[in-house]
Each structure stands twice: as structure tokens, then as C-alpha cells.
Design a protein around this ligand. Structure first.
Ligand SMILES: [Zn+2]
Length: 168
């Protein structure tokens, strides 16, 4: 049953296979430059997290503000609005379709976060609005600072060659 208009359909389709998107590549290049080795879309973990950084026992998720509803959380029953992000807009047409879609996405993210936490992983979520040019440098330095802390490195100390990269 196809009840969505062509514009909506193409928007949905273009979000599929969204791996290796520009925001993700920005983050991966930075990690690599800073000496962090990682795996991409690790199928051995639930939800195939975007980036796995073994040295810091960390997962890094890059989430689009629109699809993953930046500022919204799942309380176990419904979406709860906690903060405003200009990227988390809601299209005016097909409200029911979008609401169902958004609810499913946020709910799935929340379920994965619980699984990862139970498996003992550290998690960093980077929203794409934090990768806008003006915010990019501070976001990336916060990322590597946090990984360094989790890896038990002294501030400013490079991670070294521990952990190896596997192609996706
Ligand atoms: Zn955002």
C-alpha cells in the first residue's frame, strides 16, 4: 500500500544506505588523523554502530538531526521533547507517516543504547548540527578528548597504534 507522495518517497529512499555520508567521513578522518583506529558498521554488535573505537571501548554514532529527532527522547511509551534543534523539522504533509517513522527511529536508537550499555560500551552520539562548520572544531576536539579519557590517556597524549582498522 503506497500512501506517501513522491517527494516523501524520494526523501525516504535517499536516507537508505546512508553509510559513508559526509558527516561520518568528517568524523572518521579526524579520528584517523589523531591516531585512533576504528571499525565501521560492526555487524557483530546490535544495531551496527557507525564507528567502534576499541582502544577507548567506545561506540561513536553520527545521527542526523532530522531522522533521529535531535532533542527528542523515547520515554518507553512516547516521544518526549527536551530540546530544540532547527534540524529536527516535521514535514507539513503526511503527518501520520512521519510521526510513525520518527517514533520508530528514536525508539530503535533508545533500544540500541540500552543494549550497548549492558554490553559495557561507552557511547558518544554526535548530532549532525554539531558538525556544522562553526561548531566542527570544538565537536571534534571534544570527541577525541572524551575518547582519550576513556582510554586512560593523559590529556593531549596520542592513542598510539593500539587497535587496528578493519575495512567495512
Ligand atoms: Zn541537531
Amino acid at each position: 500500500m503506497d500512501t506517501i507522495d513522491p517527494a516523501t518517497r524520494s526523501r525516504v529512499m535517499s536516507a537508505i544506505h546512508s553509510r559513508d555520508t559526509r558527516p561520518e567521513l568528517l568524523v572518521r578522518r579526524h579520528l584517523w588523523r589523531e591516531g585512533w583506529r576504528y571499525r565501521v558498521c560492526d555487524r557483530r554488535l546490535p544495531g551496527k554502530p557507525d564507528i567502534v573505537v576499541p582502544r577507548a571501548h567506545a561506540l561513536v554514532e553520527i545521527r542526523g538531526c532530522f531522522w533521529h529527532r535531535h532533542g527528542w527522547t523515547w520515554d518507553g511509551r512516547k516521544l518526549v521533547h527536551e530540546a530544540d534543534c532547527p534540524g529536527a523539522t516535521t514535514p507539513k504533509s503526511n503527518r501520520a507517516f512521519w510521526n510513525a517513522k520518527f517514533r520508530a527511529n528514536v525508539r530503535r536508537d533508545a533500544a540500541h543504547e540500552i543494549l550497548w550499555r549492558d554490553l559495557g560500551w561507552n557511547l558518544i552520539v554526535i548530532w549532525t548540527c554539531a558538525l556544522a562548520p562553526a561548531r566542527l572544531p570544538s565537536t571534534l576536539s571534544w570527541l577525541t578528548r572524551t575518547l582519550g579519557k576513556w582510554a586512560g590517556l593523559a590529556p593531549g597524549m596520542p592513542p598510539g597504534k593500539a587497535g587496528k582498522r578493519e575495512s567495512s
